[in-house]
Design a protein. Sequence first.
Length: 161
Amino acid sequence: MQFPHYNEIQNSKDWMTFRFESTGPKGNVWKVIQFTPMQKRGYYNLGMGDWQGDERLDFVSTTDNGDRDKVLATVALAVYGWMERFPRRKIIFQGNTASRTRLYRMAINKGWEQLNKVFLIQGLYYKPDGKMVIADYDPHKDFEAYVVQRRPVTEFANPPP
């Protein structure tokens, strides 16, 4: 990955949890990435939060440590490693606010050229009738959440939209 990221990423033995330390003006903050199985077989929720030191994660707070892009690139690196190990699984992720989900879209757009070579990225949205739809990723569209899966090694990536 060509974007600056944290190099010291630790993973659990089952590869379902990763952690790394964010450093900046607010000090050192442990970030934790969790992959949690969802009800639909083969789908996993990606969650990221700050370790609070009392056996809990805070998925809501904003650390504001001046390293947002480095943190997001580190999460992408963890996803890459996780999907190397589990290539048939799919990840769903979304922000806990609309602005955070928009931030994820901006990060995908920024890294699109590299990400699209390795991952098939789609977006989830709701039709007016309430039905959920999975659609091809559109860099200009607001989605409720994103679905990521590893492209088969033999598949050639499509050019960015």
